[in-house]
Design a binder for this molecule. Structure first.
Ligand code: HEM
Length: 122
């Protein structure tokens, strides 16, 4: 139940990020809508909270290898995401957007394989 909700939010954060990324590149006025600014914070806070609850529920070591890799990936996803949304130049925005998508792809791969090196594990 917790895990299903966590997974649903994981897909939702990526979907929301892609939509906002496209709006950012198109300079769409939709970006200024209040709900568009608030929703990602609500989704990401819930995603993180459920992640922490899952760690407790499953009795995992808080900083086991794959979990730390996931958290590092998360920090990078957030950092590149901010760049994608706030950069002044279009090329920097595209760079931030692509790098953030790579990071979140890595997070998914780590989540599914439970390995910090998903390509080796696969
Ligand atoms: C963008 C951020 C995140 C994404 C995209 C994500 C994605 C996922 C996905 C897809 C799964 C399901 C894997 C499976 O089917 O076995 C999962 C499981 C899990 N995630 Fe996350 N997650 C994120 C953040 C976090 C954070 C921040 C934490 C911890 C603080 C966390 C802890 C967990 C745990 C404990 C599981 C269950 C692993 C297991 O069943 O052994 N996640 N995550």
């Amino acid at each position: 139940m917790l895990k299903n909700f966590h997974i649903m939010l994981a897909y939702l954060t990526v979907l929301g990020f892609v939509v906002r990324g496209v709006w950012s590149l198109l300079d769409s006025p939709m970006r200024q809508e209040k709900w568009v600014k608030i929703a990602p914070h609500v989704i990401d806070t819930l995603l993180l909270t459920l992640g922490v609850l899952l760690v407790i529920d499953l009795g995992l070591a808080p900083f086991s290898g794959w979990l730390s890799a996931k958290l590092l990936g998360l920090v990078a996803y957030i950092g590149f995401g901010v760049l994608a949304m706030r950069a002044q130049s279009r090329s920097l925005k595209i760079f931030g957007f692509s790098a953030a998508l790579l990071c979140v792809g890595y997070i998914f791969a780590v989540a599914f394989t439970r390995s910090a090196w998903p390509l080796v594990a696969a």
